[in-house]
Design a protein around this ligand. Structure first.
Ligand SMILES: [Zn+2]
Length: 292
């Protein structure tokens, strides 16, 4: 039976539990709710785990609906905090369906959202990097359409059976959330993790998944997008070479291509992005989530 194995990981503390009509159950059989992380920054992916249930619950994180999928210990839902999320507590509410002889069960938790403390960086770059020339407008519109299509995969259970891994083992040169001022004027925020790499260095799949884009985009350059199920995508930008095809199933650690500087890039590096439920989130924090 699903869901009655207790969570052995002490970091996943059970949160406030409101059990209605289940008082007869032994304490160790009570459903429980855990959050990863327990303290989050705006832009973090958040994994909600409910153990001890046989049927899928429904729930929300703040105002955002959660989509649950079966997991080893019960059910999980993955979501992401918007980058503009205000600091403070964010309520998690989960409702398990009524079962024979018992009322619906409500579980509640609270996610602590802290100030992001984004780093500010001033960069000087050639003007073509700040303002795309008007003749590329049409091309950028095609890119947006292609991304929208790639990001419209249907929700499915996880296509992966292990936690996420670095696509390259090298220094991070720019973090998620960095605020950048280009040439003293244009400001933008960085929604990926830049990883150092020489031209031609290896770029590997962060996890098992399906290739949903292999395309040369104006800004992102040669791009590989992987879909991992559960509304979760990983993106690999600026590649010099792509070694996989759309529709292909890849394994964690499989070679996807080589580091390059294609698109609007000022030098060879890997821009690694993670998208959850239509929001770019911090890839480094995805690596800390324990799905299994
Ligand atoms: Zn980047």
């Amino acid at each position: 039976m699903l869901g009655l194995v207790r969570n052995p990981c002490p970091r996943r503390l059970p949160f406030l539990l409101l059990a209605l009509g289940l008082s007869a159950l032994a304490a160790e059989e009570r459903p429980s709710l855990s959050l990863q992380p327990e303290t989050a920054r705006p832009g973090d992916p958040v994994l909600v785990t409910v153990s001890g249930l046989d049927e899928a619950p429904t729930g929300t994180l703040g105002e955002t609906p959660l989509r649950f999928f079966p997991a080893k210990e019960g059910f999980q839902a993955l979501t992401g905090l918007p980058v503009e999320q205000s600091p403070g507590p964010l309520e998690v509410k989960v409702t398990a369906p009524a079962t024979e002889g018992s009322a619906p069960l409500e579980l509640r938790g609270s996610l602590k959202v802290v100030e992001p403390g984004w780093r500010e960086r001033r960069l000087r770059v050639a003007s073509k990097y700040v303002k795309p020339p008007p003749e590329v407008e049409a091309r950028m519109e095609e890119d947006r359409t292609a991304f929208a299509t790639a990001f419209s995969q249907s929700f499915s259970p996880p296509l992966f059976a292990q936690d996420f891994a670095w696509p390259r083992k090298a220094n991070v040169t720019a973090r998620y959330g960095d605020l950048r001022t280009f040439n003293g004027e244009k400001q933008s925020q960085h929604f990926g993790t830049d990883i150092r790499g020489k031209l031609g260095a290896k770029v590997r799949a962060a996890n098992e998944g399906t290739v949903v884009m292999t395309r040369d985009n104006y800004a992102a350059g040669n791009t590989v997008l992987l879909y991992h199920g559960v509304g979760l995508y990983t993106a690999y930008f600026h590649l010099s070479q792509i070694l996989v095809k759309e529709g292909e199933q890849v394994k964690r650690g499989q070679l996807l291509g080589h580091v390059g500087s294609t698109g609007r890039s000022t030098g060879p590096h890997l821009h690694w992005g993670v998208k959850v439920e239509d929001k770019w989130v911090d890839a480094q924090r995805l690596l800390e989530l324990r799905f299994f």
